[in-house]
Ligand binder design. Structure first.
Ligand SMILES: C[S@@+](CC[C@H](N)C(=O)[O-])C[C@H]1O[C@@H](n2cnc3c(N)ncnc32)[C@H](O)[C@@H]1O
Length: 147
């Protein structure tokens, strides 16, 4: 058992810039669905983190990609947050666990994406998704195929 107190990840300038891009791109993405209300749109954050970081420079708290996705308007119809680190998903649950439109999964994104989430996002079932794949390194083994 890990008895160390949970610490948020520290992030620098480039990660903060990435988060701003995610927020802006997400807003443009959901806006593009305005003329197609029959389509359900989902946000998938496969390496979600805890939802909060600490700035390396200022030591202030910074919202992570799940928090930013949830602020996007028009909103998505549902959200999937996945992280291998249970401390991080516990923190996400403490913030968003009571929301019906948020699914938080602790485990390997490669497995959960491939076997559980992506099979539900299909062109023929009018579902679409914006999927953020943001691992630290190159731990990505997801295979996709056309439906
Ligand atoms: C760069 S951080 C994500 C930051 C987050 N997207 C944000 O911008 O706020 C990468 C995350 O991937 C998680 N991770 C590493 N390997 C993983 C795996 N195989 N499946 C799911 N999460 C993983 C780590 O615990 C870490 O929280």
């Amino acid at each position: 058992m890990n008895n160390q107190p949970f610490k948020f990840d520290e992030i620098g300038y480039w990660s903060q810039l990435k988060l701003e891009i995610v927020e802006k791109y997400g807003a443009a993405y959901t806006k593009a669905f305005a003329k197609n209300p029959e389509l359900k749109k989902y946000y998938i954050d496969a390496f979600s983190g805890a939802g909060v970081h600490v700035s390396k420079e200022t030591k202030q708290l910074i919202e992570g990609s799940p928090a930013r996705a949830l602020k996007i308007t028009p909103p998505f119809d549902g959200y999937h947050f996945i992280d291998l680190d249970a401390d991080k998903t516990d923190h996400l649950r403490s913030m968003y666990g009571n929301r019906q439109d948020v699914d938080i999964h602790t485990g390997d994104a490669n497995d959960y994406l491939t076997h559980t989430i992506l099979p539900k996002i299909q062109f023929k079932s009018y579902t679409r998704a914006l999927c953020l794949l943001d691992p630290y390194g190159l731990d990505l083994r997801v295979q996709t195929h056309n439906q």
